[in-house]
Write a protein that binds this ligand. Structure first.
Ligand code: SF4
Length: 310
């Protein structure tokens, strides 16, 4: 796939989804939340209005071109640089993706809009939905996910429960834990109570392994993750700490371009993806690869995350 792709990225290796071909349908950090652990950095205003943030004809044309070039994937994954359910034509997009490929469609969502019927109807068209739930009470929701003022954890959980009742596809709930914020037995018990209502097919436990938006986002240690996984029950897998193998050649080329820039000066994620005209996701994957190789490090300047060559 060419570097000029605006909406399609990858395929990237994913422990959960195998080879995942990403479809990015909202602009950088158009999101209803501003999570402490967000790899896209901290955001400006939070958004809950749905709109056609990316023209779906262009998204579909790019996807068709990628698939025609022989790119193979285990999932077409709608995710990206913000919250994809904010796209007002999400349901139509999924219907039309299914007309051009038999590859299953996955949707990764922060679940905040699932209390709205139109969003549930759109999301239900995906073969696999991976929503997030990081808190069982309002205070922790506020601390970790820093939501738009109209959102509450009660509404988020109610939306997930309603969605599960209507949706017969696979529902894999991601729980992201940050040491010292939502890792206590009391916090995990609250999340477990919500999970018992939601009844996901799987629970996937994650923690902060890449440079997060905030230094308060502390990674949970491996033994802490194991204890939490036990508390969340037998359907829970730990997905944190997976290091991607077999990153494709194009990803390596992108990583080398990024490294040559970082050798000259430290850059933020935004500097990198706008400077190279690639999607934030492509930039994140390449930076992550460089981190694993020990070629770049993260520094904070005036509280903002920058990357520099080691
Ligand atoms: S992690 Fe996802 S849901 Fe949270 S602020 Fe970033 S883009 Fe939004």
């Amino acid at each position: 796939m060419s570097n000029e792709a605006r909406y399609i990225f990858g395929p990237v290796p994913s422990r959960r989804l195998g080879r995942s071909l990403g479809v990015d349908i909202v602009p950088f950090k158009v999101c209803s939340l501003d999570c402490l652990y967000c790899q896209l950095g901290s955001s400006g205003p939070k958004i809950t209005e749905r709109a056609e943030y990316a023209p779906i004809e262009e998204v579909l044309a790019e996807l068709r071109k990628t698939l025609d070039a022989g790119v193979l994937a285990d999932y077409i994954t709608i995710s990206g640089s913000g919250e994809p359910t904010l796209h007002s034509r999400l349901g139509e997009l999924i219907d039309r993706i299914k007309k051009i490929t038999s590859t299953p469609v996955a949707l990764i969502t922060n679940a905040t809009l699932l209390d709205a019927e139109d969003v549930r109807r759109d999301a239900a068209k995906a073969d696999l939905v991976v929503p997030s739930l990081d808190a069982g009470d309002e205070e922790t929701f506020g601390r970790i996910n820093r939501p738009h003022p109209s959102l509450t954890i009660e509404k988020l959980i109610a939306g997930l429960v309603k969605f599960r009742e209507q949706y017969s596809g696979q529902l894999w709930l991601e729980v992201f834990v940050l040491h010292g914020i939502n890792t206590s037995a009391e916090q995990i018990a609250k999340i477990r109570r919500a999970i018992d209502l939601i009844k996901p097919d799987k629970i996937q436990l994650n923690t902060s392994v890449r440079p997060p938006a905030s230094s308060d986002a502390k990674r949970a240690a491996d033994d802490e993750l194991c204890e939490i996984a036990q508390m969340l029950g037998p359907r829970c897998d730990i997905i944190a700490g997976f290091s991607a193998k077999g990153t494709d050649e194009q990803g390596s080329a992108t990583a080398q371009r990024i490294l040559s820039i970082l050798r000259r000066r430290p850059c933020s994620l935004e500097d990198i993806h706008t400077g190279l005209d690639i999607s934030p996701n492509q930039a994140i994957k390449a930076i992550s690869q460089l981190h694993q190789q020990g070629s770049v490090e993260t520094v904070r300047i005036d509280g903002k995350v920058f990357y520099k060559a080691c």
